[in-house]
Design a protein around this ligand. Structure first.
Ligand SMILES: O=C(O)c1ccccc1NCC(=O)[C@H](O)[C@H](O)COP(=O)(O)O
Length: 197
């Protein structure tokens, strides 16, 4: 089970996620209580070994803005939320970064349909922490896809059993307040996700 921890902003939580065995960590570079600037993401990214994917998270920005922020942040992947057109992914292909398309369950759920490398199927409001009907997508997404939206250490096993994803992505469920991560919750989430696989 591939595990991504999203919305990190403090060195101790980056280190906790890496030491717990997360496969990917996300820095939110768009409007959000978890937003950090690309320079801070670059500093945090220097704490991350090469086998862990660092992901810059965007929503609605044009490709030129995404490109500039991703290069400053030094992230190895770019995650575009919402209804970005196929052309936005095409425009970012030559960045040489892993491209991640994050959508709700009403979108095209074929990973690769927009030339992306990874797909995230999320709640309608990303980062809201609200669980949704995970079982409703079972069997619909294809390829390498992660389930997100309202996951936590307490429910990730149930979510994985319901939707049978390739991976999982969490943010609010490893926080003690909006935007405030907790190292123990991060460790617990990674352990529970791996146990669920
Ligand atoms: O986290 C945010 O505030 C956010 C804002 C705008 C676009 C994306 C955002 N988060 C992206 C993520 O990858 C979250 O991990 C994912 O939506 C899951 O969120 P949660 O329900 O809080 O676990």
């Amino acid at each position: 089970m591939y595990v991504k921890i999203c919305g990190l902003s403090e060195p101790e939580h980056v280190t906790a996620a890496v030491e717990a065995g997360a496969d990917a960590i996300g820095f939110v570079l768009t409007e959000s209580p978890r937003r950090i600037d690309p320079e801070r993401a670059a500093a945090l990214g220097r704490l991350v070994p090469g086998h862990v994917l660092t992901v810059g998270v965007f929503r609605g920005e044009d490709p030129a803005t995404v490109r500039a922020a991703a290069l400053t942040a030094g992230v190895r992947a770019v995650q575009l939320h919402g209804r970005h057109p196929h052309a936005d992914f095409t425009a970012l292909k030559d960045l040489g970064r892993t491209l991640v398309r994050a959508v709700d369950s009403s979108a095209d759920l074929r990973c690769g349909a927009f030339d992306e490398d990874l797909l995230i199927v999320d709640a309608p409001r990303p980062g809201s922490g609200l669980p949704w009907d995970w079982a409703a997508v079972r069997g619909r997404p294809t390829g390498r896809w992660m389930l997100a939206g309202g996951l936590s250490p307490a429910n990730v096993a149930e979510a994985v059993a319901a939707a049978a994803p390739w991976g999982v992505d969490v943010s609010s469920g490893v926080e003690v307040a909006p935007g405030v991560k907790d190292s123990a919750l991060i460790r617990s989430f990674v352990a529970e996700a791996r146990r669920a696989a």
